[in-house]
Design a protein around this ligand. Structure first.
Ligand code: GRG
Length: 306
């Protein structure tokens, strides 16, 4: 597997993120069961759901936080695979007819369209289990046993009923309702923010412990980008098109879902996203040396077009 470019201002963010994405793609391809292994159709569908597409924002966060904490790169690959597998499972289930009922994801037919609903459900289940198997490998790859257990617990919490799955439950129950801003933020921090925060934490926990001030700054960074990601997602759902997004646009309004755009308006949503990006930048200033990649990811999250 190719080494990562060193973290310096001379190495462009685009080069670094492409190198991380390439490493993670190889690690994911190795982690996922081979298509020839029985049950072949399930394994084909798992690989279809995960490989070859996606922005890989969560793996980038794992590697950027890990770089800050001087973590072993192989351990970061395991943690990055784990968060991306959970994310892929959530997209497969979210697209099913019982949830968002979407036919397009990452520029291709969704898993239930390509493989049927029953298999799509099993794909999500199996990807979730594989995520924890991959994370357990982080110990063998250089993270300590104690931090591996801590990472497994964090991933379970972030994906579970008080995190992403809970946020999705609130989302489903909110159709047709006009949530107040506080409830909207709570839903988004769970549904989207929890897994982004977990990505930052896992990367950091693969490496050397931070002092209390820098630990607090890293938490502020994670909270800011976690919410910013969803605010931007709400904006893109209004402004984007399916060709650029690789998924259907305009779904939130169609499904009568409360979003930042519907609750506070488009311009205020843009201001909020920029304010959260600036909070993340301020946290990076406190983190100091080694936080360049985190700073650049905050910018990517707020300025992205897909
Ligand atoms: C089914 C338990 C369960 C949860 C679903 C993640 C999620 C919760 C739903 C996905 C729907 C959605 C649009 C969520 C908002 C933000 C989000 C997670 C967008 C997709 O993530 P990206 O943009 O996707 O990182 P790529 O394809 O680039 O990886």
């Amino acid at each position: 597997m190719s080494a990562l470019p060193a973290c310096s201002d001379e190495v462009a963010f685009a080069d670094w993120s492409a190198a991380v994405a390439a490493r993670v793609e190889i690690a994911l391809a190795r982690t996922l069961p081979d298509e020839e292994l029985a049950p072949q159709r399930l394994h084909q569908a798992m690989r279809y759901a995960v490989l070859g597409a996606g922005k890989r924002v969560r793996p980038l966060l794992v590697h950027a936080a890990g770089q800050l904490c001087k973590a072993p790169v192989a351990a970061l690959d395991s943690a990055a695979c784990a968060v991306e597998l959970i994310h892929a499972y959530s997209l497969v289930h979210d697209d099913m007819p019982c949830m968002d009922d979407d036919a397009l994801r990452r520029g291709k037919p969704t898993v239930h369209i390509a493989y049927g609903e029953a298999l799509a459900m099993l794909v999500g289940d199996a990807l979730q289990a594989l995520a924890f198997e991959s994370l357990c490998g982080a110990g063998a790859q250089g993270a300590s046993a104690a931090s591996t257990v801590r990472m497994c617990a964090e991933l379970a919490r972030a994906a579970g009923s008080t995190g992403m799955a809970g946020g999705q439950a609130i989302d489903l129950a909110s159709v047709g309702l006009q949530l107040d801003r506080e409830s909207l933020e709570d839903m988004h921090r769970r549904k989207t923010g929890a897994m982004l925060t977990a990505s930052v934490r896992l990367g950091a926990w693969c490496g050397d412990p931070l002092d209390a001030a820098r630990q607090a700054a890293l938490e502020r960074y994670a909270a800011a980008i976690g919410l910013a990601f969803q605010v931007v997602d709400d904006i893109l759902d209004v402004e984007g098109d399916a060709g650029t997004l690789g998924k259907s646009a305009g779904k939130d309004a169609l499904n009568d879902k409360p979003t930042y755009v519907s609750v506070i308006g488009l311009e205020a949503s843009r201001d909020l996203a920029r304010g959260l990006r600036d909070d993340a930048y301020a946290a990076c200033d406190t983190l100091g040396a080694g936080a360049q990649r985190l700073h650049q990811i905050a910018r990517l999250i707020v300025e992205r077009k897909s």
